[in-house]
Design a protein around this ligand. Structure first.
Ligand SMILES: [Fe+2]
Ligand SMILES: [Fe+2]
Length: 291
């Protein structure tokens, strides 16, 4: 059974969405086009891969999947997963995570070239890395990285964080420049208007999305979670929902008129902070998404 949240329709959207809400009240569940979110599939783990390949190829035929990064760093696995997922969902919108930019198993490419390769593979399989408009709903991918605006990196982070070893950047690129590079792709999307907007990123737009119960011993990771630059972009776009990944800590919290949702699948052992199922974040009557 998949969780489904239709109450988002109650927030914002104006008159047009009040009409949609009224229609939804009278429609059976299977007459709705649903938007599902998931991130951090990490399909290099057998258990995770099996979950993906057990997804129904008929149940989501009219639905949209928002895939918020960290599928895997392995190109053959990414390619196969994209091909399979595109058979399951009508539309998939995707941003790469940090794991996709690891170059250790892809000799000869730097991380920006790996980004371009993953992007090309996604697009060749009909997966979007650009905004999609589905009638009154727009879904907007936001690229990013981390620039230490959430705090300076400690020695512990520098010695343990795999990105420092697995990512290779062109000469002159440090984390701040990498972040500026990816954030700049989002600029042209930020003036987009529609009745309802869902944006998504792999990285966190704000560090206060991390819950209070995270032990202090794990907080050395916070500087590598995201960037304040993303928060500024989310504020400009003003989506009703922003989906993010990377933290592997499921979350649903409203801040400044935007509901932030994390539905990471996570590593096999992360059973406490992840629900390991698709999350329906929005639904529209069939046909309305084709307007
Ligand atoms: Fe991840
Ligand atoms: Fe990540």
């Amino acid at each position: 059974m998949f969780l489904c949240v239709s109450l988002w329709l109650k927030i914002g959207g104006g008159f047009r969405f009040n009409i949609i809400l009224a229609i939804l009240c009278f429609l059976p569940y299977n007459c709705l086009m649903k938007v599902y979110a998931i991130s951090d599939l990490h399909i290099d783990y057998e258990e995770n891969r099996q979950w993906v390949y057990n997804l129904s190829q008929s149940e989501y035929k009219d639905d949209i999947l928002v895939l918020a990064g960290d599928v895997t760093d392995e190109i053959p696995l990414i390619e196969k997963a994209f091909r399979f997922l595109k058979k399951c969902f009508k539309e998939i919108l995707y941003v790469p995570g940090n794991h996709e930019l690891w170059t250790s198993r892809n000799n000869g490419l730097d991380s920006l070239e790996k980004f371009d390769l993953v992007k090309t593979i996604a697009e060749n399989n009909g997966i979007r890395l650009k905004p999609g408009e589905f009638g009154p709903l727009s879904i907007v991918p936001l690229f990013g990285w981390y620039d230490y605006s959430f705090g300076p990196p400690s020695q512990e982070l520098k010695s343990q964080w795999t990105d420092y070893k697995a990512c290779i950047w062109p000469e002159g690129f440090d984390e701040k420049k990498v972040t500026r590079y990816f954030i700049s792709f989002n600029e042209s999307f930020l003036t987009l208007k529609n009745s309802f907007i869902i944006s998504f990123s792999h990285f966190l737009p704000r560090v206060d999305l991390m819950p209070f119960y995270i032990p202090h011993s794990k907080r050395y990771l916070y500087p590598a979670l995201g960037t304040h630059q993303l928060e500024l972009q989310v504020r400009r776009l003003s989506p009703q929902i922003h989906i993010y990944g990377h933290s592997h800590v499921n979350m649903n919290i409203k801040k400044d008129n935007t509901t932030y949702i994390n539905n990471a699948f996570g590593y096999p052992h992360e059973k406490w902070t992840t629900s390991k199922q698709l999350l329906c974040v929005f639904q529209l009557p069939h046909g309305m998404g084709d307007l």
